[in-house]
Write a protein that binds this ligand. Structure first.
Ligand code: GLA
Length: 344
């Protein structure tokens, strides 16, 4: 299959995603509303005929050579190597690979840099060999993240980066993985702001929150926490009660957000984002004070809505802003928080 004297380089580019609403419910059977945005990641792959993978990226520390079957070891290259091993197991590629990664997506910012790297590597390795569609790529990427990397994430990020289209919002029902795309109204500006506070999903807090949700669902006798009723949560004790309250109310907010998108009700959508942030802060307990201040100022300075996005504990906020007020809003926010960066 490979000609190592003159190896073919295959390349794929995948964007990042921002989640507009439906946070921490993609393993609870809720509807999530992510959309893809620039920046993106580009992965180039070429067979090197050896038994090691050689991976490099200008954005990351120098990577040692790894045997083609080496396990994950909490290294940035794990995401690439997990995908290479998946591709080798399916005979999409043979032998070791030379891989180059160029990423403009900040890591640990809640924008799915890991899902984007995995999906881009899978796309590059499958090009020309495998008849694989977006859903299948997303399921493969989730399997790699869950089993090779060891992060028990849901399916939102992989589906978002594999299926998203510019200017469209993906409405994904995570109880059965059905989805449809909605237009983002032209007069809406989605702004993503990096707080400068980084976190890692593999630091254990993600797993703890997820397990609390699964425990709540089991205690309530439902398959998915989002399908329980708020009244039924009376029997739960803390912190399970709070987690259930978040998941059930967030699922309801997602459904209302779809209506707000369909009717181009920007202020209504903004209100829902603000409620989501309060719930993530008080009930899911995944925000941090620096982010709460940033969200409060973003709203106070005139955004229709703002909230922490992604897994939380730092990273980015997403805000909905009137395009006519965008520049003055951003200047005022930057003045109060000089270390923030606008990502999109
Ligand atoms: C991370 C996970 C997703 C999802 C979000 C929170 O991005 O990878 O599966 O759970 O956190 O909404």
């Amino acid at each position: 299959m490979t000609n190592t004297a003159n190896p073919i380089t295959r390349e794929a580019t995948v964007p990042c995603r921002v989640n507009l609403i439906g946070e921490w419910i993609d393993f609870n059977g809720g509807i999530v509303l992510p959309m893809t945005l620039q920046p993106s990641v580009t992965v180039q792959v070429a067979s090197n005929g050896s038994s090691v993978d050689r991976i490099k990226s200008p954005g990351f520390a120098v990577c040692p050579d790894f045997a083609v079957d080496a396990p994950a070891e909490d290294h940035w290259s794990d995401y690439v190597r997990g995908a290479l091993q998946y591709a080798r197991n399916r005979n999409w590629i043979e032998n070791g690979q030379d891989v180059s990664v160029e990423s403009g997506i900040p890591a640990g910012a809640g924008l799915s840099s890991s899902a984007a790297i995995i999906v881009a590597t899978l796309k590059a390795t499958s090009a020309g060999f495998a008849d694989i569609d977006g859903d299948a790529l997303a399921f493969a990427a989730k399997e790699i993240e869950n089993n090779f990397i060891g992060v028990p994430c849901g399916i939102m990020d992989q589906m978002a980066v594999a299926l998203g289209e510019p200017g469209k919002v993906l409405a994904l029902d995570t109880s059965d993985c059905t989805y449809f795309l909605l237009d983002l109204p032209e007069t809406w500006t989605v702004v993503v702001v990096h707080s400068g506070i980084r976190r890692s999903l593999s630091d254990g807090r993600y797993r703890v929150r997820r397990n609390e949700c699964l425990e709540s669902a089991a205690a309530l006798g439902v398959d998915y926490l989002c399908s329980a009723s708020l009244q039924s949560t009376d029997t739960l004790v803390e912190p399970l009660l709070k987690r259930a309250r978040h998941a059930i109310s967030e699922a309801k907010r997602s459904r209302s957000a779809i209506e707000a998108l369909r009717t181009a009700d920007r202020s209504g959508f903004g209100r829902i984002m603000n409620e989501s942030h309060a719930s993530l802060r008080d009930d899911m307990e995944v925000s941090v004070p620096g982010i709460d201040d940033l969200v409060a100022d973003a709203i106070g300075l005139g955004a229709d809505g703002a909230r922490i996005t992604g897994a939380g504990f730092g990273g980015c906020i997403v805000a909905l802003v009137d395009p006519d007020r965008l520049e003055s809003w951003w200047n005022a926010l930057k003045l109060r928080h000089p270390s923030i960066e606008r990502v999109a």
